[in-house]
Design a protein around this ligand. Structure first.
Ligand SMILES: [Zn+2]
Length: 391
């Protein structure tokens, strides 16, 4: 068994390592952070503006959430990281006392900011809120995350679309490496872990080089970035195999950024990923798409207006233990606010329960045999929704 990885802010122990027969790289672990210990593989709901939309922290706990992600870019712009720091840090500000991971803002700067200018020192961008001009450097993105006080900060990177030309990917990957070193040098909070980000697009050579480079730095964990975008599942899985192959015996946690469709989660766990985040389950819930074993229900369909059954018979969530499909269908038609809360509770409960099933299967040594049954439970989620990641 691999020895646990221990740093000032984090302890990670693989409690069920992958089998030696090579049938899967799936593993179960315990990740201890300043605000609590979580089990991996784990899914992190996204609290973009210091809230998982429509839910209270108690609702979140009720769904089974043990760690959440908050967006550095959004909180920097509004209400401001310095204000959150003055108010006692992000945990106190949002009333969530469990672990929080903050992303570096790199993805949002590139995908949301207008007038983006990337140079070797950093990125200048216009706020999507009011058009004001801002600049992120590795040092500044690190300082913002230290002020927020998340359990895990992430190094500033330059993501590119997976399908970008090779020279664009190579350039952004090299810059991401220089920025990784600068992020680490700027990071001083001993009660906050810092993860580095592997880029490299879909190019095997660049992806392997990036994994080696980032793994050689003293980060507390390794993020796989630049996937869950416009690539096919096969391309993503190939890039993952390359990166995880390089990381094979590395004792640190591995986090695939932005992936949230249950069918895709099974395959990424199989390839050795420990952590995930995505807005997908909550976003589709607000559109009336409820995830159930084997597929989904569209609660905007009028057929449900007369359906007295719960959305999912055996589901313990706030919605299913008290209300019918008919009631939720009515709430959506009437655009009642409660619809968004109940639907989000359900989809997050489904996703987090799904991760618990994956962990139980790995612990029992049955994951390779259970994989197709887990995929069937996940249903088929369209790639178009997968592409709509963290906004
Ligand atoms: Zn439910």
């Amino acid at each position: 068994m691999t020895a646990p990885f221990v740093s000032s802010a984090l302890r990670y122990e693989v409690t069920t390592p992958p089998p030696t027969d090579g049938s899967t790289r799936a593993r179960v672990g315990q990740l201890a952070l300043p605000h609590g210990t979580i089990e991996t593989p784990q899914f992190m709901p996204v609290g973009t503006n210091a809230t998982v939309k429509a839910l209270t922290p108690d609702d979140l706990r009720d769904t089974g959430a043990s760690i959440i992600l908050a967006n550095t870019y959004h909180l920097y712009l509004r209400p401001g990281h310095e204000r959150i720091e003055r108010l006692g840090g992000l945990h106190r500000f949002m009333g969530w006392n469990g672990p929080i991971l903050t992303d570096s803002g790199g993805y949002q700067v590139v995908s949301l900011g207008d007038l983006r200018v990337v140079d070797d020192d950093g990125v200048t961008f216009r706020s999507h809120l009011d058009g004001s001009v801002h600049r992120f450097t590795p040092e500044h993105a690190t300082a913002v995350q230290e002020a927020l006080g998340s359990d895990v900060a992430v190094a500033f990177d330059q993501p590119v679309y997976p399908s970008s030309p090779r020279d664009v990917v190579a350039d952004a990957t090299a810059r991401t490496h220089r920025w990784a070193e600068r992020s680490l040098a700027a990071h001083g909070r001993v009660d906050q872990a810092m993860f580095g980000i592997v880029q490299g697009g879909l190019d095997r050579e660049l992806r392997a080089e990036s994994a080696s480079f980032i793994a050689a730095l003293p980060f507390d964990g390794v993020c796989i970035g630049g996937l869950a975008g416009d690539e096919t599942a096969e391309q993503r899985e190939e890039a993952l195999d390359v990166a995880i192959g390089v990381l094979a015996d590395d004792p640190r946690p591995r986090y695939l950024m932005g992936l949230g469709s249950p069918a895709d989660l099974v395959e990424a766990v199989h390839r050795g990923i420990d952590l995930f985040d995505s807005v997908l389950p909550a976003r589709v819930a607000r559109n009336g798409q409820l995830w159930v074993p084997g597929g989904r229900l569209n609660l905007r369909n009028r057929v449900f207006l007369d359906d007295p059954n719960p959305v999912q018979e055996d589901c313990p969530c706030l919605l299913c233990r008290q209300f019918s499909r008919a009631y939720l269908a009515h709430l959506f038609r009437a655009k009642e606010l409660l619809a968004y809360r109940l639907a989000t509770c359900h989809n997050l409960t489904f996703t987090l329960d799904f991760m618990a099933r994956i962990r139980a299967s790995i612990r029992a040594g049955a994951f390779p045999a259970d994989r197709s049954a887990l995929r069937s439970r996940a249903g088929r989620i369209s790639g178009g929704e997968v592409a709509e990641q963290s906004a």
